[in-house]
Design a protein around this ligand. Structure first.
Ligand code: BYC
Ligand code: FE
Ligand code: FE
Length: 480
């Protein structure tokens, strides 16, 4: 069997020789019932007996790694899949740069490494919990299938981190693995670890925004962890990234389809002003200003996930070789950052100032900037589409300082345009910048399920191509 193939003979599909690693296999088998219990209790509400046309990873060979077929979600084969080991891989940055990548946990960094793996692991089930009720209001079977694909893969991402904890961290790894099933998104006494993962994802616009913005934070963080000197983490993250692409596609194309549908309905009704919210809503579609408010919300929540702009945690992760920068190996510098600087924006007395800070303590800010650049280029595509559709409207990312709860900007109030204002003024204008309860009520009023094969809810256009090249009237989910 090629090293790229996945072994489906053990109870847990894997390409890490679990069949030979009885101790770890046993530990994972002991964790498995709790996971299934969590999936049934906190995963998609209903639909557990439906047949969903899902992809399952059967190989880590990037040409043809997945196979498609109807699966009942609880029977999905969640597996442990690592990208192939790179012969002679060296630690690419930090104090240990140039040394052979670690195949075992470096003792001196054990707790830092465990913390990173736990934080990463915590977000995966959190997102499934946040998306739990969306199936009830899916705009089509195609979208329902995409939701469930994302959900089972986030479940697999949890497995990926739990494997590292069980294999490399002994008893405390096992305890952490159990805790990952105990914390719950939005819970008052044991919430998920990071802010955005305790927010609600109450409707499909939120879902597309979440997969567009927040799964993209996932991509950026996984890219930096894929640089890790701890080779098993690097390999795990590299394979997770292949799945992540689809999650972001679901978000980006979802918003694009909403835009298309809105433009089409406006044209039919002869409405030319995108800000004529009332008339547009009367058509049963989502107006662009409301989408802009959703962008403001999800972007600001997601950039909080990068941590403080100036962070000694981040510097320590970097120096110890555990977490690198985006595309670390392609950056042309010393990869040690002992004497270089990075320019960041900071709040000044009345305005913002640019400041050169040590590059080492600003790696969070740099990753966030790389993220923002990526988001902007995708948003440019939405804006191009708006132009082509003759819509007199362009989306804009809000200023970095807008609506922040983490980092340098969290102590000030700023408008989306980046004007510093008083907290009172901010509150008084909140509903013009962020979705108000009536905006949310309107969106929610549109959330009626459309389960008929090949049909789509009134507020969203059909996709241009199906999943796995299936035709438009393909039955992506056979409801039980
Ligand atoms: N909320 O030095 P600081 C994904 C804490 S998404 C709450 O500023 P640091 C996915 C921080 O933990 C990717 N707490 O930041 C997407 C620290 O606490 P301690 C997930 C926060 O540590 C969609 C303190 O504040 N992966 O995969 O440099 C669907 C000071 O921290 C927050 C990762 O994040 C917050 N927003 O960086 C499914 C990668 N921000 O330690 C999945 C792993 C900070 O003092 N994690 N804090 O108690 C990391 O690299 C880092 O933990 C962070 C924070 C980048 C998150
Ligand atoms: Fe994930
Ligand atoms: Fe994801």
């Amino acid at each position: 069997m090629s090293v790229l193939e996945v072994n489906y003979d053990t109870s847990i599909p894997n390409n890490v020789d679990l069949g030979e690693d009885r101790k770890v296999l046993k530990a994972l088998e002991r964790w498995h019932p709790g996971y299934l219990n969590w999936w049934q209790g906190m995963g998609p509400d209903g639909f557990q007996d439906s047949l969903v046309y899902l992809r399952t990873a059967v190989s880590v060979d990037l040409d043809g790694w997945a196979k498609f077929g109807y699966v009942k979600m609880p029977e999905y084969r969640w597996g442990v899949l690592l990208a192939p080991q790179e012969e002679g891989r060296k630690i690419p940055f930090g104090d240990h740069m140039g040394e052979p990548a670690w195949q075992e946990v470096p003792g001196e960094y054990r707790s830092m490494l465990r913390r990173l793996i736990v934080v990463q692991g915590d977000t995966e089930p959190a997102s499934v919990e946040q998306q739990r009720y969306l199936g009830k209001t899916a705009p089509s079977l195609y979208d329902l299938r995409n939701l469930f694909q994302v959900n089972v893969e986030e479940g697999r991402h949890l497995w990926a981190m739990v494997y590292l904890l069980q294999k490399y961290f002994g008893r405390d790894g096992r305890e952490e693995a159990n805790e990952l099933l105990r914390r719950q998104s939005g819970s008052l006494d044991s919430p998920r670890m990071l802010g955005a993962f305790n927010e609600e994802t109450p409707d499909w616009v939120s879902f597309y925004m979440f997969t567009f913005f927040t799964d993209r934070d996932g991509k950026m963080q996984l890219e930096s962890l894929a640089q890790s000197g701890f080779d098993p983490l690097s390999r795990t993250c590299r394979f997770m990234l292949t799945e992540e692409a689809h999650h972001m596609f679901v978000g980006e194309s979802g918003i694009m389809r909403i835009i298309r549908r809105t433009a089409e309905a406006m044209k039919e009704a002869g409405i030319t002003d995108p800000n004529d919210v009332e008339k547009i809503r009367a058509l049963g579609v989502i107006d662009l200003p409301t989408l802009q408010k959703k962008i403001n919300l999800h972007y600001s929540l997601t950039i909080d996930l990068f941590g403080s702009e100036i962070s000694t945690n981040a510097a320590n992760y970097f120096t110890s070789g555990l977490k690198g920068r985006f595309k670390e190996t392609r950056i042309d510098d010393d990869h040690q950052l002992k004497s270089t600087t990075y320019r960041i924006m900071k709040p000044g007395d009345a305005d913002f100032i640019m400041s050169d800070e040590p590059a080492l303590t600003t790696v969070n800010a740099r990753l966030r900037d790389d993220y923002s650049e990526n988001v902007q280029s995708c948003m440019d595509r939405w804006n191009k589409t708006l132009e082509k559709l003759d819509m007199d409207y362009q989306f804009e990312l809000p200023h970095l300082a807008f609506n922040r709860a983490v980092g340098l900007f969290s102590s000030i109030s700023a408008t989306p345009e980046g004007k510093i204002i008083s907290a009172e003024e901010w509150q008084a204008n909140r509903d013009t910048w962020l979705p108000s309860s009536s905006d949310m009520d309107y969106i929610y009023s549109l959330m009626k399920p459309e389960y008929e094969t090949g049909k789509y809810a009134s507020w969203i256009a059909p996709p241009r191509v199906g999943i796995d090249n299936k035709p438009g009237d393909f039955e992506y989910v056979k409801l039980a």
